[in-house]
Design a protein around this ligand. Sequence first.
Ligand code: NI
Length: 134
Amino acid sequence: MNLNSPIAGVAEPMQPFVVNISDKFSRFNQHWSPKIVGEVNDCAVKLVKLKGEFVWHSHEREDEMFLVIKGSLRMLLRDRELVVNEGEFVIIPRGVEHCPVADEEVHVMLFEPAGTLNTGSVTNERTVSEPERI
Ligand code: NI
């Protein structure tokens, strides 16, 4: 019997676990298809491979953080462009239109609420409504 078992109906507390980022990235090849690898408070931690140009969009209620693990990401904003290099991150506040561009493949870790749609207020063939957990 597990003496730590929770009261029926109460979620068991998460156990700490180590995630190897490059191992997770080796498990998928699709571009623009975020995978969930963890949660922190109300935020999902997602990994995504980017290549090419995405779509212009914004998120009405969510801020998004892009941490570049590999490569160099160009984040187009309406009035300028930000270059986010390996080891750097950018936070796109809610409501700000943005369009990520990856001239070469870029690996990114995203921090955003679990329900955040990758295409924000735009719905098209690139929208991933229920990201896979890996
Ligand atoms: Ni976005």
